[in-house]
Write a protein that binds this ligand. Structure first.
Ligand SMILES: [Zn+2]
Length: 183
């Protein structure tokens, strides 16, 4: 895994292009947002997150899907349970992961953030492989985009309180603090 900050793409991982992105209004990359997702909820390794981010989710594939099939969403990265990383959107572009959000008095965090999804749920411990890859990816992003300081790594629930709960209580922030990537 090697980030090329000039293109915004990581080499050595799978690329699965999402159409759900647009241009960053100012080009600023100064916030890293950590999420969790699983589709169907609580089931892992089904490949349906990729389908959601590419607008090809089958509404009949699971009762839950009918309610979300209309969403046009994406994240820059997904880290699956075994540590497999997939990139959907260039870091230079604006992925659609945060929704209505606010960080340090600024709205619309998608404008200036990178979104990383961990395959999981709020209450299921994440895997060792996921932490290792998340820490390495965060290090590379912080090296490539120096405005992503350890003070500017947060959870989705931090920027959309009351609306979002991820990455959830099972996410071990201390692991990231010990690695020096989160303050
Ligand atoms: Zn989220």
């Amino acid at each position: 895994m090697q980030l090329d900050p000039t293109t915004g793409w990581c080499h050595g991982i799978a690329h699965c292009h999402s159409p759900n992105f647009n241009e960053r209004p100012t080009g600023e990359i100064s916030l890293l947002v950590i999420h969790n997702i699983s589709l169907p909820p609580g089931q892992f390794g089904c490949g349906q997150v990729h389908a959601l981010f590419q607008n090809r989710l089958d509404p009949h594939g699971h009762p839950y899907f009918a309610g979300i099939v209309h969403l046009t969403v994406s994240a820059h990265f997904l880290i699956e349970r075994d540590g497999t990383v997939t990139q959907f959107v260039s870091c230079l572009d604006r992925a659609w992961h945060a929704g209505a959000s606010r960080f340090c008095e600024r709205d619309n965090c998608n404008d200036f953030s990178i979104g990383i999804e961990l395959e999981g749920t709020d209450d299921t411990p994440f895997t060792e492989a996921q932490y290792q890859v998340l820490i390495e990816l965060t290090r590379q992003l912080q090296a490539g985009y120096p405005a992503l300081t350890p003070q500017r790594v947060c959870g989705h629930s931090d920027i959309a309180p009351g609306r979002k709960t991820d990455p959830g209580p099972a996410f071990d922030w201390q692991r990231l603090r010990a690695a020096g990537v989160v303050a």
